[in-house]
Design a protein around this ligand. Structure first.
Ligand SMILES: Cc1cc2nc3c(=O)[nH]c(=O)nc-3n(C[C@H](O)[C@H](O)[C@H](O)COP(=O)(O)OP(=O)(O)OC[C@H]3O[C@@H](n4cnc5c(N)ncnc54)[C@H](O)[C@@H]3O)c2cc1C
Length: 291
C-alpha cells in the first residue's frame, strides 16, 4: 500500500485512520469545505476550500479531482449522508467500485456484511476501490501538514439553516448504552431506562420500532442495520428481542447485558450477562443497586 485516502466532512474518522494504519503506507485526508485543523492523526490533509455557504456535497467534483490527481490504493469514506455523496463522485471519477458494509479490510480482500449480517462476502480488491464504512470518533493526535485546493463547486448555496429541535447524538462514541425495546409498554415507562442510564452515565438508545414506530425516541437513537452502529464498553438491552437487524448494530459491544422476560429471546445468545425477568421490576432494582 502506498496511500490510503480518507474523504471526510466530519472529523469523526478514527476508525478510518485505524484501517489506513493497518494497511500501511501514508494516510491522507481530503477535507471538504470545513476547517482542516480539526482533522488530527493523519499524515497529510488536502483541504478543499469553498466560498461561505456552499454545501459539502457541491464540492464533489473538486474532491474527486484531488483524489484522482494522485491516485492511491484505497479510498475510505464514513457512512454519513454528505460523505456518501462524495464517495460516489470519487468512485465515478476513478472508475472504481464502491462497496458498503465492509467489516474487515485487508490489503487484498474485504469482508462485506450483507443482508444485515445474514451473510459475509469476501471480495477480492482490484485497486483502487472506494469503501463506505463506519467512521468512528474524532481522534486525538497531531495536526498534519495541510495544503489547500480552491474548489470549483456545483452551483448550490445554503440560503438558511434552522437548528433542529431534536438534539443530535453520536452514539458511536458512547462508552455505555442503555437500549430500550418494545418490552416497554408506554413512553412514560422509558423513565425506568432513563433513570438507569443516568445512574451509570450511559446514553439512551433503542430498537427501531421505538423510534420509527412509536416515535418515543429520535431516529438517531436506534441501533441496527438501518440505524446506528455502536461499540460501547457496556450495552444493556432492555425488552429487546435481539433480531438480527438490531444486533448487527451492537455486536461490537465489549459487554452485553440483556433483560428479557422470554428465556428464549435471541438477544441472550449474544449476551455476556442475561437476566430473565420483567424489566418493570429488574431495571429499578439494578438502578437502586448501582446508586
Ligand atoms: C429491512 C429491515 C430493517 C430493519 N432495521 C432495523 C434496525 O436497524 N434496528 C432495529 O432495532 N430493528 C430493525 N428492524 C426491525 C427488526 O426486525 C425487529 O422487528 C426489531 O428490532 C424488534 O424490536 P424489539 O426487539 O424492540 O421488539 P420485539 O421484537 O417485539 O421484542 C420485544 C421484546 O421484549 C420482551 N418483553 C416484553 N415485555 C417485557 C417485559 N415486561 N420485561 C422484559 N422483556 C419484555 C419480549 O420478550 C421481546 O423479546 C428492521 C426490519 C427490517 C425488515
Amino acid at each position: 500500500m502506498t496511500n490510503t485516502w480518507i474523504v471526510a466532512v466530519s472529523p469523526q474518522i478514527s476508525a478510518l485512520i485505524d484501517t489506513g494504519r493497518a494497511l500501511g503506507g501514508t494516510v491522507t485526508a481530503v477535507v471538504a469545505g470545513t476547517d482542516p485543523s480539526r482533522f488530527l492523526g493523519v499524515d497529510r490533509v488536502i483541504a478543499i476550500a469553498a466560498p461561505e455557504g456552499v454545501p459539502a456535497e457541491a464540492l464533489a467534483p473538486s474532491v474527486a479531482s484531488a483524489v484522482a490527481a494522485q491516485a492511491g490504493d484505497v479510498v475510505l469514506v464514513a457512512n454519513r449522508p454528505s460523505e456518501r455523496v462524495l464517495a460516489g463522485a470519487v468512485a465515478a471519477k476513478l472508475g472504481a467500485p464502491i462497496l458498503t458494509g465492509a467489516k474487515v479490510i485487508g490489503k487484498e480482500t474485504a469482508e462485506i456484511s450483507r443482508y444485515g449480517g445474514v451473510t459475509q462476502q469476501t471480495i477480492s480488491l482490484a485497486q483502487p476501490v472506494v469503501l463506505v464504512v463506519d467512521g468512528g470518533t474524532a481522534p486525538s493526535g497531531n495536526a498534519a501538514a495541510s495544503e489547500t485546493v480552491q474548489a470549483e463547486p456545483y452551483a448550490a448555496t445554503v440560503t438558511s439553516t434552522d437548528a433542529s429541535s431534536v438534539a443530535q447524538v453520536n452514539l458511536s462514541a458512547a462508552k455505555r448504552i442503555v437500549a430500550v425495546g418494545r418490552g416497554f409498554k408506554s413512553e412514560a415507562d422509558l423513565q425506568l431506562a432513563k433513570d438507569l442510564a443516568a445512574a451509570i452515565g450511559a446514553d439512551l438508545a433503542c430498537s427501531r420500532p421505538i423510534a420509527e414506530g412509536s416515535g418515543w425516541l429520535a431516529r438517531d437513537r436506534y441501533i441496527g442495520v438501518s440505524g446506528q452502529h455502536v461499540a460501547p464498553d457496556v450495552y444493556i438491552a432492555l425488552g429487546i428481542s435481539g433480531q438480527l437487524q438490531h444486533t448487527v448494530g451492537m455486536t461490537d459491544s465489549r459487554v452485553v447485558v440483556a433483560v428479557n422476560s422470554d428465556e428464549h429471546a435471541p438477544i441472550f445468545a449474544g449476551s455476556d450477562y442475561g437476566i430473565v425477568g420483567d424489566i418493570y421490576t429488574v431495571v429499578p432494582a439494578i438502578t437502586a443497586a448501582v446508586k
